[in-house]
Design a protein around this ligand. Structure first.
Ligand SMILES: [Zn+2]
Length: 77
């Protein structure tokens, strides 16, 4: 969605404020995405947490598989 929006002052989490007319812009100071709408910023944050949770779950699953497939047979030798 790249519709033309009225220029608005947006503030990055690092404190850098600038004028944006796009739904998603990049902060020049820290290169993090800054969203025009507050709800987009929240959704972005939520999807970040979701990604981290999924990665942690995947890592734990791999560790569980490792213990089950390799460590346990080795210990029962
Ligand atoms: Zn920034």
């Amino acid at each position: 969605m790249m519709t033309n929006l009225a220029p608005k002052m947006v503030e990055c989490r690092c404190g850098h404020a600038f004028e944006s007319s796009k739904s998603k812009a990049w902060c020049e100071k820290c290169c993090r995405p800054v969203f025009y709408y507050e709800k987009d910023q929240r959704r972005h944050k939520l999807s970040n947490y979701y990604m981290i949770t999924m990665m942690a779950a995947a890592l734990m699953f791999v560790m569980y598989l490792f213990v089950e497939m390799i460590a346990r047979p080795l210990m029962s030798l």
